[in-house]
Design a protein around this ligand. Structure first.
Ligand SMILES: NC(=O)c1ccc[n+]([C@@H]2O[C@H](COP(=O)([O-])OP(=O)(O)OC[C@H]3O[C@@H](n4cnc5c(N)ncnc54)[C@H](O)[C@@H]3O)[C@@H](O)[C@H]2O)c1
Length: 504
């Protein structure tokens, strides 16, 4: 099998806005006109010009069409259907830095692409990153490595960041976008882990398992059946029927529960579940209410005193979503009054920053000791998604996102970047070059690029903007080496250019 596609890319040495508040840009789908109607702020972040590794820019541009493509043979498929594998540079030239012991599966996937992967178990300091980041086209981190604006200024080759975790607070997302660097994470890889925990918690609550187990640890034998129930035949009310809520729906029905759910969107039910007209309707009917909504202004304290009072007497509340969704003092009142028969809480408005004894104390939120004293309450330290399987899935998902972006330019799923993609170039498409143009979202930027592309056959094109940064992907067919050089030179000289790559 041959490989060795090439990619030319060029990052503007010129002005890129500093990471101050973005103006809300106007996104557009395949919008040739959109950028002409949007605004950008000029700034002063300076980045050095760069050439593809191991070659001069011009040589890399020349290499675009001469690069050999890696054909995938799929029995029964004609060349018109077989996706052509696009990869940048000669294989082996892409260098990826993986820190914080990301999963071995991810390392293997990236090495299989022919990338040079440098793997380190620990996190790197800002100083260490500033010293060495200039060597890398991609970096993979977890939560401890901080990618600051200063780091991005020292990273002229960097194309993409993979956060092998859920959160992205450790990355200056604005600075990344303005440097033309897309950031990916894995928000949904642990959905199954959370759904399974909820099943376990429902059984534990309805059998008062945690209180009985705690008594046994102090030597107390307290065999009771009063107030203990099976979950079979009970009604589960799911608030937020997204990735976690819908998985849970299927698992709960398999145990003989009836499922109702409330969501702001009309969503197709799985199995025999039924969407309720309102949150109140769900609260009035559910024996278990479990929360799976995101943290938003609208979901802050969405379970307050009034909603808890709406719940059936003897019902249970479970919160594995976000700490701000439940008014915890109101929950404590409801448990102490005996209105609710129990609760499971995994997330809190303020959580300790690190594992430590005596860190979940009243100094944190002010009600910890009162909550701990409530009967039949399961308190866990935000472990809903913390499993070995979830870690593995995160590795696969983020590695896939890196490969997709590096090899094909697709940015769908990025947290800081316009989400753009194009359908595949097939083996039957001859002399097709893909242009990936990250640019400032400023008036006239699309007119400028379309003037350049106008004399070529644009097979397909998609552009969108996110705040100050816009991203255009275009497949141009029937191009020869001279055309490519010309296209590349002209595009990289546009005023709005942040980062241009050519893939074939
Ligand atoms: N405990 C943990 O360790 C852990 C792990 C993973 C996720 N989470 C949290 O779980 C929550 C759900 O995650 P997910 O992956 O299922 O998210 P998701 O985005 O797939 O689903 C969320 C659902 O909530 C709905 N929604 C939004 N606002 C709503 C509202 N006001 N009322 C009703 N429904 C509303 C959305 O339409 C969507 O269907 C998130 O807050 C996430 O941060 C916690």
């Amino acid at each position: 099998m041959e490989n060795g596609h090439s990619q030319a890319f060029h990052r503007a040495p010129a002005s890129v806005s500093p990471p101050t508040g973005f103006a809300q840009g106007q996104g557009s789908f395949s919008g040739m006109m959109a950028a002409g109607q949007t605004h950008a702020r000029q700034g002063s972040m300076s980045l050095s010009p760069q050439s593809p590794p191991g070659s001069s820019t011009a040589a890399a541009v020349n290499g675009v069409l001469s690069a050999r493509s890696r054909a995938v043979s799929i029995p029964g498929h004609s060349a018109a259907q077989v996706p052509k594998m696009l990869t940048p540079f000669d294989m082996g030239d892409i260098r990826i830095l993986l820190l914080e012991n990301v999963s071995q599966g991810a390392v293997d996937m990236l090495r299989q692409q022919g990338y040079q992967v440098d793997f380190h178990k620990g996190a790197w300091s800002e100083e260490e990153l500033c010293e060495k980041i200039h060597n890398y086209h991609a970096i993979g981190i977890r939560s401890k490595t901080k990618l600051t604006a200063k780091v991005f200024r020292k990273a002229p080759k960097l194309l993409v960041v993979g956060c092998f975790c859920i959160g992205t607070n450790q990355v200056d997302l604005t600075a990344a976008a303005k440097a033309g660097v897309a950031v990916f994470n894995s928000p949904f890889a642990n959905s199954r882990s959370v759904a399974e925990l909820v099943i376990g918690e429902m059984i534990a609550l309805s059998r008062q398992l945690v209180d009985r187990a705690a008594e046994m640890r102090t030597g107390e034998w307290n065999k009771v059946s009063k107030g203990c129930y099976e979950v079979r035949g009970k009604v589960l009310g799911i608030v937020g029927y997204g990735h976690i809520g819908s998985q849970l729906s299927v698992l709960a029905e398999a145990m003989g529960m009836s499922v109702i759910y409330h969501d702001v969107l009309p969503l197709m039910p799985l199995g025999s579940a039924r969407q309720t007209e309102s949150l109140n309707e769900l609260l009035a009917h559910a024996d278990f209410v479990t929360l799976h909504v995101p943290e938003l202004p609208e979901t802050k304290n969405m379970m307050g005193a009034a909603q808890l009072a709406q719940m059936k007497k003897g019902a249970y509340l479970l919160n594995n979503a976000r700490g701000t969704v439940v008014d915890i003092p109101a929950l404590i009142d409801s448990l102490q009054s005996g209105h609710l028969a129990g609760a499971a809480v995994d997330v809190y408005p303020r959580e300790p920053k690190a594992n430590a004894k005596d860190s979940f104390v009243d100094g944190l939120n002010g009600w910890e000791s009162r909550l701990r004293a409530c009967p039949n309450v399961i308190l866990t330290p935000h472990i809903g998604g913390s499993t070995e399987e979830a870690q593995r899935m995160i590795g696969i998902e983020v590695a896939n996102a890196l490969i997709r972006y590096i090899n094909y330019g697709g940015s769908v799923g990025s947290v800081n970047f316009p989400e753009v993609d194009l359908r595949v170039i097939t083996e039957a498409d001859s002399r097709v070059v893909r242009i990936c143009y990250v640019h400032q979202n400023q008036p006239g930027s699309l007119r400028a690029i379309n003037d350049i592309l106008g004399s070529h056959n644009v097979d397909k094109q998609h552009t969108d903007s996110f705040k100050d940064v816009a991203y255009l992907m275009a497949d141009i067919s029937g191009v020869d080496d001279d055309d490519v050089r010309d296209l590349y030179d002209k595009i990289t000289k546009t005023d709005a250019n942040i980062l241009t790559r050519l893939l074939s």
